[in-house]
Design a protein around this ligand. Structure first.
Ligand code: FEO
Length: 170
């Protein structure tokens, strides 16, 4: 691997581990507020982000590169509302999408076809991730502070299993 790509991949796997840490922090906020469905959703999301980081770890190792683990930043701990947490999540996914696109541009600059092929999975995944979180944000905006509406959304997102993103009703 070109050194510039290896460095960028190492930076990116740190961003994916940070995503996992951020969603674990959100999971704990929801658990503390007794939003069990949202806590469960965020735990699955945190697991998925760790899997994303591990895909970069495996790719670097398979290419004969060297994985350099770096310090993971402290995530936000407190949120003003469930909507704020999911809005933060959406903004974070948009940031990750921009980072993935920059990696694709870098891989193209170095004509690294293996890296381009590897990154295509993430390009598609980001479309799904942004769409899923935005859908939850829009539902939360509609219900506002209505307790029944919030309970229904909590129940719905709590139906998510490891193999889907939002929940069966979503
Ligand atoms: Fe791994 Fe949610 O981006």
């Amino acid at each position: 691997m070109h050194q510039e790509i290896q460095d960028a991949f190492n930076d990116h796997l740190n961003a994916e581990f940070y995503s996992s840490y951020l969603y674990l922090s959100m999971m704990n906020y929801f658990a503390a507020e007794n939003w069990d469905g949202m806590a469960s959703w965020m735990q699955l999301q945190a697991d998925e982000e760790r899997m994303h980081a591990m895909k970069f770890v495996d790719h670097i190792n398979e290419r004969g590169g060297r994985v350099i683990l770096q310090q993971i930043d402290t995530p936000k701990i407190e949120f003003g509302s469930v909507l704020e947490a999911f809005e933060d999540s959406y903004q974070h996914e948009c940031l990750v999408t921009r980072k993935i696109n920059q990696l694709v541009d870098l891989a193209a600059k170095h004509s690294d076809h293996a890296a381009i092929a590897f990154l295509q999975w993430f390009v598609s995944e980001q479309v799904e991730e942004e769409s899923t979180v935005l859908s939850i944000v829009e539902k939360l905006r509609k219900v506002g502070d209505n307790p029944m509406g919030l309970l229904m959304i909590d129940d719905q997102v709590g139906q998510r299993t490891g193999s889907d993103s939002e929940g069966d009703a979503g």
